[in-house]
Design a protein. Structure first.
Length: 143
């Protein structure tokens, strides 16, 4: 189950046959995001396990499994900002229950990211996914 915003990225990737063009598109997605204010770049929002500096700030609407999961994020690396934008397209606006039901590995594989990211970037992406799933699980359990 992917959001319309994520499906749009998938369609763009299908149009861009060259991986370098896809890589540039991911960077452009990151550039289009609003930067995170410094006040949110604190240890509590920092994602461990990433080679770059990464912050994810949840903004949950409601509680329980039907709570709407929203988040903002930022990184000091442009490609990672782009990966945050991809994750934002995949998860933002879903219910906590839907976030937990998304097969993120399969969805991201549709973009070919698994084949083209370095081991460090892949580890960082996994760390971001774990943070998102953990936040959604906490919210879903609170209901």
């Amino acid at each position: 189950m992917a959001t319309a915003a994520f499906e749009e990225i998938v369609e763009t990737f299908e149009f861009l046959e060259d991986w370098e063009d896809r890589y540039r598109h991911v960077i452009e997605l990151g550039r289009a995001m609003d930067p995170l204010e410094d006040a949110f770049k604190v240890p509590a929002t920092k994602v461990d396990g990433c080679a770059s500096q990464v912050w994810l700030v949840p903004a949950i609407e409601g509680s329980g499994p039907q709570a709407v999961y929203r988040f903002r994020g930022d990184s000091d690396a442009m490609i990672v900002r782009g990966l945050i934008a991809v994750l934002h397209a995949l998860f933002d606006g879903c219910t906590a229950q839907e976030v937990l039901g998304v097969d993120a590995g399969a969805e991201l594989a549709r973009l070919g990211l698994d084949e083209h990211l370095s081991a460090q970037r892949s580890n960082g992406l996994r760390a971001m996914l774990e943070r998102i799933r953990s936040q959604a699980a906490d919210v879903a359990a609170a209901g």
